[in-house]
Write a protein that binds this ligand. Structure first.
Ligand SMILES: [Zn+2]
Length: 308
């Protein structure tokens, strides 16, 4: 009887330790860091001649439903909505895009809320065809799928600015796939740390969540600043609480560089204190998007005009 009690206690302790390690632990490593030169980012945004975007608009195409404990290590398991967005930069005489959301065939029902906005997806599809450039924050299909599965992908390639690293990691784009020949002769965006992509728009390399992850800094014509984080953080809470996704997600499901993401969360937290006017846009945070919309930093719904 005593043996059984000891065995049960030992097993409970082992399971508890495993649970803590894979689901709850999110200690910030002391040496985690990510270099982000704010002055240089702002300088690059001003470095190309021409008008900056007058407004930034978005479409919400669908949403995942993830347990909270998958989003922030140690949080409750109750499901939370993870909306999937595409963004449109509206210049005086043309438009551009950040991320392309996903098509219905990529939205696996198990992980989604039972909602897919066909009309919104069609607006994204049409906006992609008019965009003068298309930046993708990272390889994952809820960001890249809308463009990779686009019925007229070949026609979009001159505007599509996939980075060299993203192109080299197409396995991360699954289940979105493109025929191998599609990218023959394609010239990806190549840069080390930061690149001025267009007036007011700067790409910032941020490998970690995926190898080809990047943030996109946008300074609007009226001086408002946004930093699109891609999925460096899914929610604002990852940055505010300085807590990563749990290991069972980062190691088993995504295979992300956890240490690198911790460094980015640390730097973004510091940046929020140093530059409160620079609004950070997490990958899947409906509350953050609603607040930024109410404050005038973002506008709901794409416009359908712009250069053909
Ligand atoms: Zn995502």
């Amino acid at each position: 009887m005593r043996k059984l009690a000891a065995w049960t206690l030992g097993l409970t302790a082992a399971l508890g330790a495993l649970y803590w390690w894979y689901a709850a632990d999110s200690r910030m490593p002391a040496d985690a860091d990510f270099a982000l030169d704010l002055a240089e980012m702002r300088r690059l945004a001003d470095s190309l001649p021409g008008d900056k975007p007058g407004e930034i608009r978005y479409e919400k195409v669908t949403a995942f439903a993830f347990p909270g404990a998958m989003i922030v290590a140690g949080d409750a398991w109750a499901k939370q909505e993870m909306p999937v967005y595409a963004y449109q930069l509206v210049y005086p005489d043309h438009t551009a895009m950040i991320d392309a959301a996903m098509t219905r065939d990529l939205a696996k029902p198990d992980f989604m809320i039972p909602y897919f906005d066909e009309a919104a997806q069609h607006r994204v599809e049409a906006a992609l065809e008019r965009a003068s450039f298309i930046l993708i924050t990272h390889e994952h299909s809820d960001h890249s799928g809308g463009v990779l599965q686009h019925p007229r992908l070949a026609a979009l390639l001159p505007a599509l600015r996939l980075t060299q690293v993203q192109l080299e990691h197409q396995q991360y784009m699954k289940p979105a796939t493109v025929p191998t020949a599609t990218f023959a002769g394609y010239q990806p965006l190549r840069y080390e740390r930061m690149a001025a992509v267009a007036p007011g728009v700067v790409a910032v390399a941020a490998a970690g969540h995926t190898p080809g992850s990047q943030m996109v800094y946008v300074r609007q014509a009226d001086g408002r600043e946004l930093l699109f984080l891609g999925d460096v953080s899914w929610k604002r809470r990852n940055i505010a609480a300085q807590r990563e996704r749990p290991r069972f997600v980062t190691e088993w499901l995504i295979g992300e560089d956890r240490h690198a993401v911790f460094g980015q969360l640390k730097t973004l937290h510091r940046l929020a204190g140093e530059a409160p006017g620079l609004k950070q846009v997490p990958g899947h945070d409906g509350e953050a998007i609603a607040e930024l919309t109410a404050a005038g930093f973002l506008k709901a719904g794409f416009i359908q005009t712009g250069s053909p």
